[in-house]
Ligand binder design. Sequence first.
Ligand code: HEM
Ligand code: HEM
Length: 327
Amino acid sequence: MPSSYNSAHHRFTVLVAVLAFVLLIAGGLVTSNNAGLSVPDWPTSFGSLYRMPHMVGGVKFEHGHRMLAELVGLLTIIVAIWTWKVDQRRWMRGLTLGAVAGVIFQGVLGGLTVLNYLPPAISTAHATVGQTMFVLLAAIAAFTSRSWLEAPAQRITRKDASPLIRHCWMLIGFLYLQLILGAAFRHVWTKLGPMGSNEWPTHKIIHAFLYPHIFNAFLVAGLIFYVSLRVLMKHPNINHLKWPSAWLLLLLVLQIMLGVGAYVVRVVLGAEELQPTRALVGITVMHLATGALILAVAVILTIQAYRHRGDSAEVLPFDRKREAATA
Ligand code: HEM
Ligand code: HEM
């Protein structure tokens, strides 16, 4: 059965997605400030579940991040309950339950990384799942929007849609690789490299993670150019495809500039620094946040491409149901 547009529900999902984005920035601030162990225990903070610690030094980043995470966790549960009440789409209900499970898993990863003194593998997993949570909440917000529920799906032929969808999936895959390599570089560098225990020589960290990250940036850029230009040239009349494509191009240019900046502040200027500078914190967190936006926009473009694909026998199961109901 199709669901009708519910403005309050949709606005709430948008709010939670925006807060999840702010939470990514808060998490990035913890890592960039080397503040991950400022609060040494978990799930308590300095032995208490509710007492507010003195928000000084790294504690303000680490405890602030935890408080925001708890808020987003709580709001995600409310999104699920509300969705079960007002949304008839079974897959949509499942998606919100997945978001609740994901947010709990992410919290446990955060706790585990603290309890194990920030091993790069767990911190990298925490960075990756964190962005996935944001993307999932952004997709839920898109699925509850008026345009998703009511606007006619301006169809494109299967012949045009298939290569677009294939390349969108490739883009998402390479973006994940990019995220994992970037996060691994960042966490190995700060914990086992020059800012940490010096167990890994800097050139080894750069060869293992940073050069592959820079190489992969070319593949990501190539795919964004292909996908976006294809949409802008072939489907300029379909706003749901046109705007994400234009944003991808814009964000890519910004991200490459921030990436070069991150390289300069982290590797060229920062290799000898023991304390992170303001420039390092600002640029690396902006690079992380822009990366998250690129991933989210790529996913939105992909689901919109499915929505606009012709040939009803092949469209997503939830679209098919809606079509059957409105026929
Ligand atoms: C929904 C919940 C959460 C989200 C979306 C989230 C997201 C993030 C992100 C994006 C980062 C930055 C990773 C990076 O810079 O590579 C981060 C760092 C961190 N988060 Fe969370 N987080 C969540 C919950 C928690 C919780 C509950 C804790 C509890 C202790 C926690 C502890 C940390 C720590 C310690 C770091 C720094 C890791 C390091 O420097 O190695 N997070 N988080
Ligand atoms: C398509 C373009 C790119 C994307 C999507 C991207 C994405 C990311 C992400 C998401 C992170 C942080 C991962 C995390 O901890 O959560 C990161 C880290 C990093 N990236 Fe990129 N990146 C791109 C291009 C580049 C380029 C071209 C360079 C350098 C020339 C670069 C240099 C770096 C550096 C140095 C870090 C680590 C920052 C730190 O140590 O704090 N990136 N990248």
